[in-house]
Design a binder for this molecule. Structure first.
Ligand SMILES: Nc1nc2c(c(=O)[nH]1)N[C@H]1C(S)=C(S)[C@@H](COP(=O)(O)O)O[C@H]1N2
Ligand SMILES: [Mo]
Length: 199
């Protein structure tokens, strides 16, 4: 029999099984940024996909908003140990930006205004697992949380969800991003506690 702590009794949804090892749940939405918050007007915003051969595909804000939109509700997990359940986002699945891109690449490097980068296997941003998200909880995404748009990849630690996203480069070789070069785990699966290289 599992012991049930009194604080969890009567919660609308059972948290058992939803909290990865070493994490604690929070109702807050902490802000974690490695530098100042860039202000990116939607009028000058664009999202660029660059294939390994150097071909670029670019979407303006209006073009991105004209793509089919999805709403997603997901639990997010920060490597600093907070998890937030049932976050509600609206955005465009990354699949939409890669549909017409011819590639043999197995990896992507996502880049942000301000210089932040993060690397992921291409497979992890496909099949409805990742979004370019512009709306949080029904409101335009706040600048401190990556507005006007950020990557959202909820199944990996939240440092993979690049804020102020500006582009995605497809690469044949895996190229570690900002935190991955600084000792964070290359993949970052919260369920396997892949916090640092060697985990
Ligand atoms: N461009 C950019 N994206 C970023 C970061 C950053 O410093 N710059 N921090 C990452 C980290 S470590 C986390 S935990 C989340 C935090 O997102 P939040 O500030 O919206 O909670 O953004 C990720 N994306
Ligand atoms: Mo983080």
């Amino acid at each position: 029999m599992n012991p049930v702590s009194p604080g969890f009794r009567g919660r609308p949804r059972d948290m058992a099984g939803r909290l990865p090892p070493g994490q604690y749940p929070t109702e807050d939405f902490p802000v974690l940024s490695a530098g100042p918050t860039p202000r990116v007007p939607t009028e000058s915003w664009s999202f660029t996909v660059t294939s390994e051969s150097g071909h670029t595909h670019r979407w303006t804000w209006q073009e991105m908003m004209a793509l089919p939109q999805q709403e997603t509700v997901a639990d997010i997990h920060c490597v600093t140990r907070w998890s937030k359940f049932d976050t509600r986002w609206r955005g465009v699945p990354v699949d939409a930006f890669l549909a017409d891109v011819e590639t043999a690449a197995g990896h992507v490097v996502v880049s942000s205004h301000g210089g932040y980068t993060t690397n992921l296997p291409l497979a992890d941003v496909l099949d409805g697992q990742a979004w370019i998200a512009h709306t949080f909880d029904g409101y335009p995404l706040a600048p401190e949380h990556g507005g006007p748009a950020r990557l959202l990849v909820p199944h990996l630690y939240f440092w993979k969800s690049a804020k102020w996203v500006r582009g995605m480069r497809l690469t044949l070789d895996d190229e570690p991003g900002f935190w991955e070069s600084a000792g964070y785990h290359n993949y970052g699966d919260p369920w396997r506690e892949q916090r640092n290289w060697g985990d």
